[in-house]
Ligand binder design. Structure first.
Ligand code: C5P
Length: 265
């Protein structure tokens, strides 16, 4: 048990109030399309947290992040967490999250592919004709979405995003996001992995300083493809939770034709 008041229980994470900071504990639950699957995957939360830690450390020259400097002491000495709990926890600054999710795409997949097929644009950005599923884009694009507390996040144009967060902040997070994608995709490429797309979140402090928050460049917030198996035109072998999304899609299709398990709304 964690000796702090719980603020919220998210789909995957439990959130506690530490007065000066916030404790995020990643459970082993797994969710996609706002559905939390029954059961979990042992060790998943620990691995996600450690991956985020790795990337926060690697990217701190590009953007400051929400991890507090004395995190280790807080987890180990103040909260006296077990080793397992320490490894799945993050102690982070209290910040005001921006009301957009900052998606960057270097390749076309997922909702980007759906949107491209309809009108050759993603978030109002026009793309060249003739792209296929998983095609690499001429250059990475910034395709933000709203952050819906209920229901689905909606793609927004640059103008709409700037209206939500303000023009100045929009331009800053766009530039930071593209830099983070560039950095992440190059490091992944060295390991034979394509970073197809990813989502960043940012928050601000009282001074208006922008921090990278949430999880970063994890397989829950990114599409990672095996470069050795990569082929344009087909769904690439992936190291992320695409398999879960694909599974949920099959349930949806099945529900159209036969009575079956209902997906939560
Ligand atoms: O589904 P879509 O193609 O819009 O996702 C783009 C990227 O943003 C993917 O890497 C996905 O993992 C990430 N994403 C996320 N959280 C969401 C929606 C998308 O991390 N709520």
């Amino acid at each position: 048990p964690i000796d702090a008041p719980k603020i919220a229980s998210g789909k995957v994470r439990e959130i506690y109030d530490l007065d000066d900071s916030v404790l995020l504990v990643a459970t082993d639950r797994i969710s996609a399309f706002d559905v939390v699957l029954p059961g979990g995957i042992p060790g998943r939360g620990l691995i996600l947290t450690q991956l985020s830690h790795f990337w926060f450390e690697q990217t701190k020259g590009i953007a400051p992040n929400h991890i507090i400097p004395n995190e280790e002491e807080i987890l180990r000495d103040s909260l006296k967490l077990s080793r397992d709990s320490q490894l799945r926890s993050m102690a982070v600054r209290k910040l005001k999250p921006l009301e957009i999710e900052c998606v960057v795409r270097g390749y076309i997949a997922g909702s980007g592919w759906e949107s491209y097929r309809q009108n050759r644009t993603v978030c109002g950005i026009e793309l060249p004709a003739g792209l296929q599923l998983a095609s690499q884009l001429p250059e990475p694009i910034f395709t933000p979405t709203t952050k819906a507390s209920e229901g689905h996040d909606m793609p927004v144009t640059p103008e709409e995003a700037a209206n939500i967060v303000g023009q100045d902040i929009f331009e800053q997070v766009r530039e930071i996001s593209l830099k983070l994608y560039d950095f992440g995709s190059k490091l992944a490429a060295k390991a034979g992995i394509i970073l197809a797309d990813t989502k960043f979140e940012f928050g601000t402090d009282e001074d208006g300083t922008i921090y990278l928050i949430d999880e970063v460049l994890t397989p829950d917030s990114s599409r990672y493809w095996d470069a050795a198996e990569y082929k344009v035109g087909s769904s690439p072998a992936s190291f992320d939770k695409q398999i879960i999304r694909d599974y949920l899609e099959t349930l949806k299709d099945w529900n159209k034709t036969a009575p079956g398990p209902e997906l939560p709304p």
